[in-house]
Design a protein around this ligand. Sequence first.
Ligand SMILES: Nc1ncnc2c1ncn2[C@@H]1O[C@H](COP(=O)(O)OP(=O)(O)OP(=O)(O)O)[C@@H](O)[C@H]1O
Ligand SMILES: [Mg+2]
Length: 574
Amino acid sequence: MLSDIKTLLGKDGKRLKKPIFLLVIDALFSMIFYGMLYNVLLDLINNDFTFAKIKTYTIIMSIAFILRVIIIRIGYTGIQTEGAGATKVMRISLGNHLKNLNLGYFNQNSIGSLTNIMTNDLQDFERIITHSISDLIKTFCLSIYLLAITFFIDKQLGLIQAIVILAAVPIIYAGGQKAQKIGKDKKKVIDEVISRMVEYINGIQVFKSYNLIGDKFDRLEKSFRDFKKQSIRTEISIAPYVLIFQTIVDLSFPVLLLIAVSKFGNGNIGSKELLTFSIVNIALTNILRTFSVQYGEFRYLKLASQKLIEVYNQPEIGYIYDKSNFKNYDIEFENVSFAYEEGENILNNISFVAKEGTKTALIGPSGSGKTTITNLIARFWDIDNGIIKISGMDITSLNPDVLLKDISMVFQDVYLLNDTIYNNIKLGNQDASYEEVVKAAEVANCHSFIDKLPLGYETIVGEGGSTLSGGEKQRISIARAILKDAPIVLLDEATASLDADSEFEVKKSIDKLTKGRTVITIAHRLNTIKDADQIIVLNQGKIEEIGNHEELMKNKKRYYGMIEEMEKSKLWAI
Ligand SMILES: Nc1ncnc2c1ncn2[C@@H]1O[C@H](COP(=O)(O)OP(=O)(O)OP(=O)(O)O)[C@@H](O)[C@H]1O
Ligand SMILES: [Mg+2]
């Protein structure tokens, strides 16, 4: 029952033993209240309830109270600290693990599901170790303790009580199974709600422009409706099990009491025993009622540990070497084929060499696989066939973190953190000094616009860089790449959206970024294409033509046609 949790906790699990033990001791101490009730009732029966006795009971209760406060403080603080500590370690290790997974994993899992795992499931797991387990162990120990007392009073009564509990166990177990099954569906619905929420927030501008705001945005509305339905379904399907269990336990109370009274009438047990049994029976009934609720909750929460284990079981990207030993920065593709989804090849038999210090331009229609090629060089995905080498070394043999140290990337869609401009540039090199960050910004031609902002480098850019223009965002991402100062530059140009001035600024900064490096650029501008040492024309995942501008112009094939079109549109623009 606890194997998933043990696996996830690893060595940290041992640290929970002491606080759980203390909480069990506290639970046993809580029985003193029933002990006192027993004494008071006995005194009242015997007409012996004196002031001196009240004083003694008060002192005992006070001491017990102080002891409980101390034990709870140590036990509860202990379990909270240890639990929070263990979950913190898990959060970090899970983050690292996710970083080392193939991007295919993120393709297959919705943003809602991943967010749910990193937030709700981790929180549920923390709740299991800080509350659920100790509550269940406490309740279990108390039940055994009280049952033992009943046996001690009268074996027959104890046996009947044990039979009643055992008869109710399958019901509570079935309730737990149901909670787990329904819980799985509920989690899926929550995944969907989160995905739709993220989609709604990210696309708010678009939805507004189509007047799809609020209840008109049916996708989000539907996910909320499903969530409501699923929550009601969860409550309705678990309630009968808890109700039946509690009814059995509740009914057993008067029945057992009747048996005890008749035993008393027959002289089998004395008045003290009858009194003790009545009190123990009240306590046990209450504890079993609590147990039924706790167990259902535990089974639901346990789903979180299963989901976390599933993530941990995803294989990380494999490698052999932790050091690159590159002698040069030649990039080589040998018969590379690749599919994002099995069976749907995006790249077919791609072979080319990009020599160190040269520029290779990738051109081709939208969807022809240009971005995919750069993503494969950075090993965001692993290829299905062929081999990609840097300096003759298969990149799959190298630790991806080490590989990425040698690569600067400027993506087609610039992503900026909701943080200061300074920190956004510094992402390129965490060890860079303030001066180095400013220098990179100067080289990337963004210093002048940053300097004009009231808060300069300390200006917070909105999430995804929403408060900056397209050209500004791009230059910041180039400054980031310049700061990284890597020998290989992968550049996904997206100059189409820029006006002539911004394009000129971006071009200047790109020139500085790429000087003397091995560059693979996805080029849209005529000049970049013409300047490249090698041009690769892609179409539907295949290389159609390869060569420099002059060679390809002579071929008079697709490249020739494209350049003609570009020249024409340039004339139009003028
Ligand atoms: N993460 C992904 N999962 C599944 N398919 C993808 C993924 N990324 C891209 N594709 C598909 O792979 C093909 C090539 O995409 P790619 O982004 O490499 O094209 P591209 O040449 O860069 O196009 P563009 O000029 O529009 O940027 C497309 O059909 C695209 O739909
Ligand atoms: Mg692209």
